[in-house]
Ligand binder design. Structure first.
Ligand SMILES: Nc1nc2c(ncn2[C@@H]2O[C@H](COP(=O)(O)OP(=O)(O)OP(=O)(O)O)[C@@H](O)[C@H]2O)c(=O)[nH]1
Length: 248
């Protein structure tokens, strides 16, 4: 799938989205292994991470239309999917290897459908995720109001030690903003999770969101219980504030 995505022309992306097969089943039944088998033609014992030594699963969550697919494509291919909005059906995944402190870390990123009717499908994947990026759209009050419901769901279905980050996407849009940056910050603070505003269109803070997650997960796996990577501080020091999107 990685190689496929690398060579894929974005123009063919819509077509791909229209033909989906959804894998369902409890955690650990082998959904990921089946996909890797299809992708790479081999079974990787232990986990998909064996190819590069260390790897993690990251899930994108949030209401339909907040920009999850665009966010993933921006990170993976450095491009923005504009034009007609085509809702994700079920779940899709892409791999990307990032280098963290000199070590290659493979991120397998699950792009979930935000539409309510696919909710039971995405529930089946929560248990396999080590990190969750929860997106809302700064031009949609509803998507912001639904963040609490998403977090309730996360607490019900995900691992209790899953890394969560809240992202206010589409910060490139100046005129349509209805959610203030402070409101995003305050909500994230209530739940003790890191927060930043992003733009899948301009790429602002997209790479940082994944890098911070990769750093946190790598640190956790290399020295569990040891000295902690301070994800909140790292993000605060690295993130581009709203001004970068022309919002000062
Ligand atoms: N201006 C702007 N538009 C964006 C941004 N991200 C996404 N969009 C647009 O928002 C619409 C929805 O984007 P998607 O990425 O398909 O949304 P999604 O969250 O994956 O939606 P579902 O698949 O239904 O869950 C598309 O028309 C995108 O072009 C952004 O950062 N800025």
């Amino acid at each position: 799938m990685e190689e496929q995505a690398d060579t894929k022309q974005l123009s063919s992306y819509d077509e791909d989205l229209q033909h989906k097969t959804i894998l369902l089943g409890d955690s650990a039944v082998g959904k990921t292994s089946l996909l890797v088998q299809f992708d790479q033609g081999k079974f990787i014992p232990g986990s998909f991470t064996s190819t590069v030594g260390i790897g993690f699963t990251v899930m994108l969550l949030g209401d339909s239309g907040v920009g999850k697919t665009c966010f993933l494509i921006q990170f993976k291919d450095g491009a923005f999917l504009s034009g007609t909005f085509l809702a994700t059906v079920g779940i899709d995944f892409r791999n990307k290897v990032v280098t963290v402190d000199g070590l290659k870390v493979k991120l397998q990123i699950w792009d979930t459908a935000g539409q309510e009717r696919f909710r039971s499908v995405t529930h089946a994947y929560y248990r396999d995720a080590q990190a969750l990026l929860l997106l809302y759209d700064i031009t949609s009050k509803t998507s912001f109001d639904n963040v609490r419901a998403w977090l309730t769901e996360v607490h019900e279905y995900a691992h209790k030690d899953v890394v969560i980050m809240l992202l206010g996407n589409k910060c490139d849009i100046t005129s349509g903003r209805v959610v203030r940056t402070e409101d995003g910050e305050s909500l994230a603070k209530d739940y003790g999770i890191p927060f930043m505003e992003t733009s899948a269109k301009t790429g602002v803070n997209v790479e940082l969101a994944f890098t911070a997650i990769a750093k946190e997960l790598k640190q956790r796996s290399s020295s569990p219980g040891g000295c902690k990577f301070q994800i909140h501080q790292y993000i605060e020091s690295q993130k581009k504030k709203s001004g970068c999107c022309g919002l000062l």
